[in-house]
Design a protein around this ligand. Structure first.
Ligand SMILES: Nc1ncnc2c1ncn2[C@@H]1O[C@H](COP(=O)(O)OP(=O)(O)O)[C@@H](O)[C@H]1O
Ligand SMILES: [Mg+2]
Length: 242
């Protein structure tokens, strides 16, 4: 099938410095692509370029000619703890076109519960009134994932979604992502440093080095010892933990 997104010789510069160079690749629909590479290799920039937020040279084209509905979970979320937003408020801000001081409409609240129920099991009512800056890493990631599911995406871009969350939560998070991929056919591109998770869950691996695609292919090939050494050099040992 025709890929969902095609990048053709895409290049990005920040203040004259090249950050992405000659990136040519395709993102298949209904598949999980892991994006790997050292810090500074251009992974976040590549996701933001696919989102349409970064001026670039080259060409990005979409199946059917229109950008797919895309959910995005950023690498970092800066939360101002002087403004004590609850989970309920954050969803209201995202789902409603009316001032927050008017409160949450019943329709928006129903939608919020429905979205949260897709990422939390029983804790939905308890999580609604929690301030977002008091959530654990794993809870916050799940809330952000739930937010990215509305409007229903064809493509999910997840930037290091599991960084800083514990192993139990990570497993649950990857299970969720795989379920969304398999059951809803959502294409997923996820930045990860965890070769174990990538091997287990990704269908394809794309690795960046200094803004170029160093290699891409099946996790088994790319994440072989030889493949890893080519991408990470002698830092490979740090990324190999099983
Ligand atoms: N907004 C920006 N302005 C200037 N330089 C940036 C900006 N965003 C990223 N960069 C630079 O681009 C390079 C790639 O960054 P990034 O895409 O965040 O890499 P990664 O996500 O792989 O760590 C880095 O050298 C970074 O300093
Ligand atoms: Mg990054």
């Amino acid at each position: 099938m025709e890929p969902l997104v095609r990048l053709d010789n895409v290049a990005v510069e920040f203040r004259g410095l090249p950050v992405l160079r000659g990136v040519t690749t395709a993102i298949a629909s209904g598949c999980i692509t892991a994006l790997i590479g050292l810090n500074g290799s251009g992974k976040t920039t590549l996701l933001r370029t696919i989102l349409g937020e970064v001026p670039h040279a080259g060409r990005i084209s979409f199946r059917g000619g229109a950008r797919p509905v895309t959910g995005y979970v950023p690498q970092r979320l800066v939360i101002d703890s002087r403004m004590p937003l609850t989970v309920r408020d954050v969803f209201a801000l995202a789902l409603q076109r009316r001032p927050i001081f008017l409160g949450v409409s019943p329709a928006a609240l129903a939608k919020t519960r429905e979205l949260l129920a897709r990422v939390f099991r029983r804790e939905v009512e308890a999580i609604l009134d929690r301030p977002v800056d008091k959530l654990s890493g794993g809870e916050l990631q799940r809330v952000l994932l739930a937010l990215a599911l509305e409007p229903a995406p064809q493509l999910l871009l997840l930037d290091e979604p599991a960084a800083g969350i514990d192993f139990h939560d990570q497993d649950h998070f990857y299970d969720l992502i795989c379920r969304f991929n398999r059951e809803l056919g959502i294409a997923v591109v996820l930045v990860s440093h965890d070769t174990h998770m990538v091997t287990r869950h990704a269908d394809r691996v794309l690795c960046l080095k200094d803004g170029r695609i160093q290699c891409e292919g099946h996790p088994g090939e790319v994440l072989s010892e030889k493949g890893l050494a080519a991408v990470f050099g002698d830092k490979a040992a740090f990324h190999h933990h099983h």
